[in-house]
Write a protein that binds this ligand. Structure first.
Ligand SMILES: *Cc1c(COP(=O)(O)O)cnc(C)c1O
Length: 345
């Protein structure tokens, strides 16, 4: 294995990690610091983070028939879920997908199976998924909705068929829900084996490290046995509760990001040799001319903009780069750098 390395972005316009580019207005920062002022750091945090859980339930309209478990980022929840499985249990996910499903499965000695998505559309290959379920009987299936790194929403009917066919858990990873306008959270009542996982990272609170998963209380109870008692620190509990209660702020930021996503998508597809894929997330995957992705990536970086080079992963990602949607001026800098790199490669 190799460690999950994060590129050094010092001095660069950072469009590589799906972060929200906007921080908070000064008056909100002031209120926030006021909230933190009397936080008892000498005490352990509330192990159940009850107030924050209530806020999360209210904002996501999660009914009381479902429980919520919090994690130190949804990465930790993926780890918890996988730790709950017996040795050598099977884990299934479409590929290309979120790298942590495989990374953590490998770490824990689980039997991970990646099932290729359809070329061009990056949608689920339903017959291949169903036969893999039949063959491997996975304990957990991960479906990112929208998918990272392709940005698309998988077909809803395919997902439903997978949930109904799989005898194990199906985790809908909705990390990009704020940008997607689609969710399976309302399908929880129909499927006992369905869990919906979200994070505040892509919404604009990546520094807090907070993710959550909701579904059948019987399953959440099992996951709670594995969770470390104080996994959500006091500052995160207070800050997340403060921030999520100011939803309007994030809604405004999210709208700006979605508008920029449409503009960047259009500009990318105007460039000769570039194919951008439609995205329901806050990033866009695009294909560059054959065997030039790494050169183009390096040239863009040379010009001061850090995006993500996915081409070395091969398969459907050969020749592919991914850009996170930033502020208008950052996106303009990226597009100018890309244009220049194309004219010189
Ligand atoms: C970013 C991402 C996550 C991890 O989010 P954290 O809460 O920051 O750990 C999980 N799933 C997908 C699909 C992601 O893209």
């Amino acid at each position: 294995m190799s460690a999950y390395k994060v590129a050094d972005a010092q001095g660069l316009i950072k469009l590589d990690a799906m972060e929200n580019p906007y921080n908070w207005p000064e008056d909100i920062k002031k209120d926030w610091l006021e909230t933190l002022k009397d936080c008892p750091l000498n005490r352990y945090p509330d192990p159940e983070a009850r107030q924050l859980v209530q806020t999360i339930k209210r904002l996501n309209q999660i009914s009381d028939q479902f429980d919520v478990l919090l994690g130190n980022g949804s990465d930790e929840i993926i780890q918890l879920l996988l730790m709950a499985l017996p040795h050598a249990a099977r884990v299934l996910a479409p590929v290309p997908g979120f790298v942590m499903y495989k990374q953590l499965s490998d770490c824990l000695g689980l039997d991970y199976h990646g099932i290729p998505l359809l070329a061009d559309s990056f949608d689920l290959d339903l017959p291949a998924m169903l036969s893999a379920i039949e063959q491997h009987q996975p304990s957990v299936i991960f479906l990112a909705y929208p998918n990272n790194p392709s940005g698309n929403l998988f077909s809803e009917t395919s997902i439903r068929e997978i949930i109904e066919t799989g005898k194990g858990l199906v985790v809908l990873d909705e990390a990009y829900a704020p940008f997607a306008g689609a969710s399976f959270i309302n399908a929880l009542a129909q499927h006992d084996n369905l869990l919906v996982m979200r994070t505040v990272s892509k919404l604009g609170l990546a520094g807090l490290r907070l993710g959550y998963i909701t579904g059948n209380p019987g399953i959440i109870e099992q996951l709670n046995k594995i969770r470390l008692p104080y996994n959500i620190n006091s500052l995160t509990q207070l800050s997340a509760d403060f921030a999520l209660s100011r939803k309007v702020l994030f809604d405004q930021q999210t709208q700006k990001i979605c508008a920029e996503r449409a503009a960047v998508f259009e500009r990318l597809n105007e460039l000769d040799g570039i194919t951008a894929y439609p995205s329901a997330a806050n990033f866009i995957l695009f294909r560059t001319p054959e065997k030039q992705a790494s050169t183009i990536f390096a040239s863009i970086k040379q010009q001061g903009v850090l995006i993500k080079d996915l081409s070395s992963q091969g398969g459907l990602l050969s020749d592919c780069l991914r850009v996170t949607i930033g502020k208008p001026e950052e996106n303009a800098a990226f597009l100018a750098a890309l244009k220049k790199s194309l004219s010189t490669t």
